[in-house]
Write a new protein. Structure first.
Length: 155
């Protein structure tokens, strides 16, 4: 009897210690299904425009009770620390991230790798000199270096 309990406890502990397989998140976060994200980088600030659909049953609740919960969920799913929501409705939200990029001086900047809490079907990242498009990503590439337009003119 004691041996059976000991074995059961050991098996339970072993199961708890097993690594969990990493799985890409889906395009859905709670009652929101994400369609696209556009990130415009200007120096250290990023303007993030998020297009999504809210479940029809929840739309009425959002209209009646306000969009506070919707705003929180969009902000959480985008996973930008210290972002500010400039606007949000049933289809789109615009966030501003003040310290999205690192300033290396001489008008050079670095937007580091970013992980969303959802898979973004279409991601566009625009800098003053380039525009890159990605499909079905939950994490950006290693990072994107960019210059301001003033720095490009002096090169």
């Amino acid at each position: 009897m004691k041996t059976g309990i000991s074995v059961a406890i050991l098996l339970l502990l072993a199961a708890c210690c097993m690594p969990v397989a990493a799985e890409e998140p889906g395009t859905r976060f709670s009652y929101i299904t994400f369609d696209s994200v556009d990130i415009i980088l200007e120096e250290t600030t990023a303007t993030v425009t998020v297009d999504y659909n809210v479940d029809p049953g929840v739309q009425l609740l959002v209209m009646l009770l306000g969009n506070h919960d919707l705003r929180n969920k969009v902000q959480r799913a985008m996973n930008f620390e210290e972002s500010t929501i400039l606007s949000a409705d049933l289809n789109q939200a615009v966030l501003e991230v003040e310290s999205a990029s690192f300033d290396y001086g001489d008008d050079t900047y670095w937007f580091p790798r970013h992980t969303f809490l959802v898979t973004v079907p279409r991601l566009t990242i625009e800098t003053p000199s380039t525009k890159r498009e990605f499909s079905n990503v939950y994490q950006t590439e290693d990072g994107i270096g960019f210059f301001t337009r003033q720095a490009e003119r002096s090169l």
